[in-house]
Design a protein around this ligand. Structure first.
Ligand SMILES: Cc1cc2nc3c(=O)[nH]c(=O)nc-3n(C[C@H](O)[C@H](O)[C@H](O)COP(=O)(O)OP(=O)(O)OC[C@H]3O[C@@H](n4cnc5c(N)ncnc54)[C@H](O)[C@@H]3O)c2cc1C
Length: 305
C-alpha cells in the first residue's frame, strides 16, 4: 500500500495533533460507472433520468458498489462477520432483517427532467437532497407532457386514486385537443415575459404538465424505499416509468442489493396477524372491512391459495 504524508499547514491556534495521510487502494480499482459521466434513459416525450455520480465511485477490481454496504456492515459486526463472511449472504441478510444503515453508505446523484405533476408526487420523499430549476431566475422551457392516445386513462372504479384502461377514443382525442390548446399558454407566457412581466409571475398560468428539472441525491436505503412505493402498480403510471428507469440504471451498479430488494421487498408480501390466522385455521379473514378483505383475496391469489 502506498502511503503519502502531507505536513499540515494550519493556523497555530488550531494545529492538529497529526499529519494528513493519503493511502492508495491495495488492489486495482474500477469505476462503477465504467468511465461514463452520465448514464441516461429518456422517458416519455421530454423526460430524462440521468445518473451523474455514485458513492463509492471507485471500488476494488471485481467488486460492485455493493462493496460499500459490506464494508460498513463489517464495521458494525466486527468479528461476528466471520460467520457471514460472504458478501452476497451478508447483504441479503441485512435486507431481510431491515438492517438498513449499511445501505446508506451508497449514494446516487441523478439529474431528472419531469412534468411538474410528477415532481409534486416525487418531492414528498423527504430524504433526498434536491436542487431544482428556478422558474423565477430562468425562462421555463417549451416542454409539456402530452400522453399518447391510449394513455388517456379512464377513472378506475375500484381505486379512487387510479386510472384503468384507455378512455373511449373520441373522449381521449378530445382531451388531447384540449391539451394542445392549454399548451398554447406558452405563447402568452413568452409574450408577457417580453413585455417585462417578472418570470416569477409570468409562470403562474403554465399548466402542471410543463417540465421542470432537478438534481436529486439520495442513499441506497432511501432510494429503495422510493422505488418500493413508486415502482408499485398503485403508483401513477408516469412516475412508475421514472422509478423503473432508475432501478434499471442502478441495478448493475449494486446488483446484489438490487436482487435482494426484489426478493425481500418489491416482490415479497407482508402478512397481517389476521391473515396468518386465516391461513393457519383455514378460515375466512376475521374482518368485516371490505378493503382489507379485497387485499386478502389479492394476496391469496398470489399465494395460490
Ligand atoms: C400510491 C401513493 C399514493 C399517495 N397518495 C397521497 C395522497 O393522496 N396525499 C398525500 O398527501 N400523499 C400521498 N402519497 C404520499 C405518501 O403519503 C408519502 O408522503 C410519500 O410516499 C413519501 O413517503 P415517505 O414519508 O415514506 O418517504 P420519505 O419522505 O422519503 O421518508 C422516508 C422515511 O423517512 C422517515 N421520515 C422522513 N421524514 C420524516 C419526518 N419528518 N419525521 C419522521 N420520520 C420521517 C419515515 O420513516 C419515512 O417513512 C401517496 C404515495 C403513494 C405511493
Amino acid at each position: 500500500m502506498a502511503i503519502e504524508v502531507t505536513p499540515c499547514i494550519m493556523p497555530a491556534m488550531s494545529q492538529p495533533q497529526g499529519n494528513v495521510v493519503r493511502k492508495s487502494f491495495e488492489a486495482p480499482v474500477r469505476d462503477v460507472m465504467d468511465g461514463a459521466s452520465r448514464i441516461e434513459m429518456t422517458i416519455h416525450d421530454h423526460g430524462l433520468v440521468a445518473l451523474v455520480d455514485v458513492m463509492p465511485r471507485l471500488v476494488p477490481e471485481g467488486k460492485t458498489a455493493d462493496f460499500a454496504i459490506v464494508q460498513a456492515a463489517r464495521v458494525s459486526y466486527g468479528e461476528g462477520t466471520k460467520q457471514v463472511n460472504e458478501d452476497t449472504g451478508l447483504i441479503r441478510y441485512l435486507a431481510r432483517h431491515r438492517h438498513t444503515t449499511p445501505y446508506e453508505m451508497v449514494e446516487f446523484k441523478f439529474h431528472h427532467v419531469m412534468p411538474i405533476f410528477i415532481a409534486r408526487q416525487w418531492i414528498r420523499h423527504r430524504t433526498a437532497n434536491v436542487n431544482e430549476y428556478s422558474a423565477r431566475y430562468s425562462i421555463v422551457k417549451d416542454r409539456f407532457y402530452h400522453p399518447t392516445l391510449d394513455n388517456v386513462r379512464k377513472q378506475s372504479t375500484s381505486n379512487r386514486q387510479g386510472g384503468e384502461g384507455p378512455a373511449d377514443l373520441a373522449t381521449a382525442q378530445e382531451f388531447l385537443n384540449y391539451l394542445d390548446e392549454i399548451e398554447k399558454s406558452y405563447i402568452k407566457y413568452q409574450e408577457f415575459i417580453d413585455k417585462g412581466v417578472a418570470r416569477e409571475i409570468a409562470r403562474i398560468a403554465l399548466p402542471a404538465s410543463v417540465y421542470t428539472e432537478w438534481y436529486w441525491k439520495t442513499d441506497l436505503h432511501n432510494l429503495l424505499r422510493f422505488l418500493s412505493l413508486r415502482m408499485d402498480p398503485h403508483a401513477q403510471l408516469e412516475i412508475r416509468d421514472y422509478a423503473w428507469a432508475m432501478f434499471e440504471i442502478i441495478r448493475p451498479i449494486v446488483p446484489i442489493a438490487a436482487q435482494a430488494f426484489l426478493d425481500y421487498d418489491f416482490e415479497a408480501m407482508h402478512l397481517t396477524r389476521l391473515e396468518i390466522e386465516a391461513i393457519k385455521n383455514g378460515q375466512p379473514l376475521n374482518s368485516t372491512n371490505k378493503r382489507e378483505a379485497a387485499e386478502w383475496e389479492e394476496k391469496k391469489a398470489k399465494l395460490g391459495l
